[in-house]
Design a protein around this ligand. Structure first.
Ligand SMILES: NC(=O)C1=CN([C@@H]2O[C@H](COP(=O)(O)OP(=O)(O)OC[C@H]3O[C@@H](n4cnc5c(N)ncnc54)[C@H](O)[C@@H]3O)[C@@H](O)[C@H]2O)[C@@H](O)CC1
Ligand SMILES: [K+]
Length: 462
């Protein structure tokens, strides 16, 4: 396996939400949940066999953790006395399929729906010498409901060795915990369930799962207020960034630019021909303080850097793009820098080598304390100085002018509601995917504004 993939893995233990994202990314790479479940269940059976049990009881919940338990029971039943207690109710496809497969294997299966059902099965708990806890995994939440609460109590009273699948069901006294893929906080061992490292090193559709959903009672402004400062030599650039921010979920977008373009969705703050001078600076600082995030740079041209520095410093969250990427490096409270190779060399004094492994180290080392770098290229590199994510979405047709402005706008909108690293990684993924979809629909003649509708669809279409 290439070293640049292993070196940049997230740290253990892994958050449950990140694990779900990785599983979704693995699915998109062609490794189905069914395959992962089979590997997890088999690993669980092998771990159980290491205790040389004679009588195994497998406890299965309604989620995928229960599915892992059904698979383990299928393997164990071949060589020993094995029974299974499972919580009644609807189950997802893969878990349901594994329950069906187990039914056909003819091992004793006990469906339970209440505390009394569990009490009637007390003998199974007292006679087992090994219990597999596949009741709840990463989907556990809130107080334990019946019959799971009674299952946990009975398991704890039993003399059996308790092996928990992935992580212990809350309240259970596990003797061993076999985590799948990565530790979820506590694990005595970890099983490889075939998730490719690419599922975590590269962005994927799973990364979108962490975007906060708009609540039913969302008030105006929930999506965030974005200020874009730019224009001048390239008049359309800040408007593309502004429209992209709206399509990516921002509620209100101001564009401070010398040129008024006909764009009814955006609020234009008129500026005189050059973005310089005390008065302009004071005006922009006032808007920057009120915004949830500020994009500075699209279409700006050189010669405004004194204003850029002061406006960025007034922003809680800043996205520094294009002509704002020069020394001294502007910084907001938190900052996302979005350079391409040339801008990266200008603003960070380092050249991109063209090799992902080397570049990852170069970009990571260039990170400032509160800064995220999103280095754009055939493979984008996103880093906070510790974590690294690669993005390989996108098509050659995206070399057309304006796609970088769109990326900056998407990042700014997500940044209103998400941490910088995640916002930058998702922005790179979504903009590339939008380019892929636009190229499918239009071909090589696509223009940057063609990406806008696809951005909304990819982010919020389902
Ligand atoms: N691609 C995947 O998603 C994979 C998941 N795997 C396994 O699936 C697990 C996650 O699966 P799920 O997301 O289905 O979640 P779980 O299997 O942890 O459980 C979710 C179910 O438990 C119920 N539940 C949650 N909290 C409860 C409580 N306090 N009292 C009673 N019932 C409660 C929910 O209503 C839901 O039906 C992982 O821990 C891992 O073991 C593995 O099979 C590998 C692949
Ligand atoms: K478990």
């Amino acid at each position: 396996m290439p070293s640049w993939l292993t070196e940049w893995e997230d740290e253990d233990p892994i958050e449950h939400s990140r694990m779900k994202a990785i599983e979704r990314n693995a699915e998109a790479l062609g490794v189905s949940t069914r395959q992962m479940m089979e590997s997890a269940g088999r690993a669980l059976a092998e771990e159980a066999l290491m205790q040389s049990p004679e009588q195994v009881l497998v406890l299965c919940g309604r989620g995928n953790n229960g599915g892992d338990g059904f698979v383990a029971a299928r393997y164990l039943a071949r060589t020993m006395e094995c029974s299974c207690i499972y919580v009644s109710g609807d189950r997802k496809g893969d878990s349901a399929a594994n329950l069906k497969a187990l039914t056909a294997c003819g091992i004793p299966l006990h469906e339970v729906s209440c505390r009394e059902d569990i009490s009637r099965l007390a003998d199974l708990f007292s006679s087992a010498d090994l219990i597999i806890d596949a009741l709840l995994g990463t989907g556990a939440g809130g107080n334990l409901r019946e019959p799971i609460a009674s299952c946990v109590a009975m398991a704890n009273e039993s003399p059996a060795y308790i092996l928990s699948a992935d992580l212990p069901t809350p309240g259970i006294s596990a003797d061993a915990i076999l985590a799948f893929h990565r530790s979820k906080g506590i694990a005595t061992s970890i099983a490889d369930i075939g998730i490719p490292l690419e599922a975590e090193c590269f962005t994927g559709p799973g990364d979108l799962l962490s975007i906060p959903k708009k609540p039913e009672n969302a008030h105006k402004g929930y999506g965030g207020k974005v200020l874009v400062v730019g224009g001048g030599p390239y008049q359309g650039a800040p408007y593309l960034a502004g429209l992209a921010a709206l399509r990516a979920g921002a509620d209100i977008v101001f564009v401070a630019s010398p040129h008024a373009l006909d764009c009814p969705d955006l609020i234009h703050i008129p500026l005189p021909g050059r973005i310089s001078g005390e008065e302009i600076c004071d005006l922009l600082i006032k808007y920057a303080r009120e915004a949830d995030s500020v994009v500075i740079g699209p279409g700006l041209g050189a010669g405004s850097h004194d204003v850029v520095l002061r406006v960025a410093a007034a922003a809680r969250r800043a996205v520094i793009d294009a002509d704002a990427l020069r020394l001294p490096l502007p910084a907001g409270g938190e900052t996302i820098y979005t350079p391409h190779a040339g801008e990266f060399a200008r603003a960070f004094g380092r050249d991109r080598s063209g090799n992902n492994e080397t570049d990852a180290a170069i970009v990571r080392d260039a990170c400032t304390e509160n800064g995220i770098i999103l280095l754009k290229g055939p493979t984008d590199i996103i880093t906070d100085g510790r974590r690294i994510r690669f993005n390989r979405t996108g098509v050659p047709a995206m070399t057309v002018g304006g796609t970088g402005d769109i990326l900056a706008g998407v990042a700014a909108a997500l940044f209103c509601r998400m941490p910088a690293f995640e916002a930058a990684a998702i922005a790179a993924y979504v903009t590339g995917r939008a380019g892929e979809e636009a190229a499918l629909a239009i071909g090589d003649g696509l223009i940057a504004s063609d990406l806008l509708l696809f951005i909304a669809q990819i982010l919020y279409g389902d």
